[in-house]
Design a protein. Structure first.
Length: 145
């Protein structure tokens, strides 16, 4: 009877993008192994679809940016009131998991950026999705070079 009220409360959330700086630069077979490990995480399997991991930009002879992107948020049960706590959880959970995957495979995580994908066109309505700057994301410890 009140389904229409619940539908108004549901949020169309956005996908996520991570940029990770790692050292040393992985070989293709190492990258494939890391790709399989990271993308097997339940958040990529259940809540974010279309995830991929690729080498992005070389920084130096020993370090490279890695891009991990999930363009589609597929968990349609998230309420607007849950958005901040949900994306804080995603940030904390995936950071620890991604760092652990690299460290266990002899790579150092030297830097990162976490972004929520925004709609460019049509323009994102104000207040529909939170800005990562407003999430109060905790600081994370990187590896030493």
């Amino acid at each position: 009877m009140f389904d229409f009220l619940r539908k108004k409360e549901l949020l169309k959330a956005r996908g996520i993008t991570w940029y990770i700086v790692i050292s040393p630069i992985p070989k293709e077979e190492e990258l494939e192994h890391i790709r399989n490990l990271i993308l097997s995480h339940y958040l990529f399997q259940n809540d974010f679809k279309g995830a991929y991991l690729e080498l992005h930009d070389k920084i130096s002879d020993t370090s490279n940016w890695i891009k991990i992107r999930s363009p589609i948020f597929s968990n349609r049960m998230l309420k607007t009131s849950e958005i901040h706590s949900y994306y804080n959880h995603v940030y904390d959970e995936l950071y620890e998991y991604i760092k652990d995957c690299f460290n266990k495979n002899n790579f150092k995580l030297l830097g990162f950026s976490f972004e929520i994908n925004h709609q460019i066109f049509p323009e994102e309505p104000k207040g529909v999705i939170c800005d990562p700057q407003n999430l109060n994301l905790s600081s994370k410890k990187m590896d030493e070079e």
